[in-house]
Design a protein. Structure first.
Length: 258
């Protein structure tokens, strides 16, 4: 099929794009602010939700479910069982970028801390997991500690020795914890909107919504030639700017000005 026929076939079947409207036209606060793919912003939102004294109205619900998740016998290598109900979770402070650690939830009263390294669009570097582990062991040697390596798919840390000290958590589990907490509370409308938008952004940008993925693959398979052609000829401001700069340089060179 030549290019012209491929484009005509696609245009005659343009209604195949209608199901995408649900995703492409729907307003999302995080997409509008262009922060859906910024790792540091995700850590900010999670730290806010983990904070038992935050202004979200969830109290300690998210933190409690998180600790239960990370200490249940089937969910952790260590298999310890803790009586979470007896802990004063309101005594926890949640810190961002403490000694470069993404999120640190810590309670002096409970002598307990949770350390999070959040990796979405980047990889480990500079042996940071071992450094954070050593740092907190030295500074808080009497504390109970849980080191959590959070990635979209629950990937293991790169080094084998690090895998023994850091427990894995994926974003599907985080979303389940958040949604489970929402079921237990009645929140202010604006807070509920922010959390709903965040959950949707995570599902689309990090977890890859399976329904949307299947739909896009089906449309692309059906009209591959036309869509490849459209993408090839899409408006590209950077290329136009580069061409204009090259032309300017060529003219100045011919004029012996550069």
């Amino acid at each position: 099929m030549n290019e012209e026929k491929a484009v005509k076939k696609f245009l005659s079947d343009i209604q195949c794009l209608d199901p995408l409207t649900e995703w492409s036209k729907k307003f999302n606060l995080f997409d509008m602010m262009k922060i859906s793919t910024m790792e540091i912003r995700h850590s900010n939102v999670l730290a806010w939700l983990f904070d038992p004294n935050g202004n979200h109205g969830l109290g300690d619900c998210v933190l409690r479910q998180l600790i239960q998740k990370m200490t249940e016998p089937t969910g952790a290598k260590y298999g310890e069982i803790m009586d979470i109900s007896q802990m004063d979770l309101g005594s926890f402070a949640v810190l961002r970028e403490y000694e470069h650690i993404d999120i640190l939830a810590i309670s002096a009263k409970e002598q307990f801390l949770l350390c999070f390294e959040n990796k979405i669009f980047s990889k480990e570097h500079d042996d940071q997991l071992n450094r954070y582990h050593s740092l907190l062991n030295n500074e808080y040697h009497d504390y109970k500690k849980i080191f959590i390596y959070l990635t979209p798919d629950g990937d293991l840390p790169e080094k084998e020795e690090t895998q023994e000290t850091w427990r894995t958590l994926n974003y599907q589990e985080i979303i389940e914890i958040i949604m489970g907490s929402l079921e237990k509370q009645t929140l202010a409308p604006d807070v509920r909107m922010v959390i709903d938008h965040y959950v949707e952004a995570v599902r689309r940008k990090i977890m890859a919504d399976t329904e949307l993925e299947k739909l896009c693959k089906a449309i692309y398979t059906k009209h591959k030639a036309a869509l490849d052609l459209i993408f090839e000829y899409r408006s590209n401001g950077a290329k136009r700017a580069a061409d204009e700069i090259k032309q300017w340089c060529k003219e100045k060179s011919e004029e012996k000005k550069i």
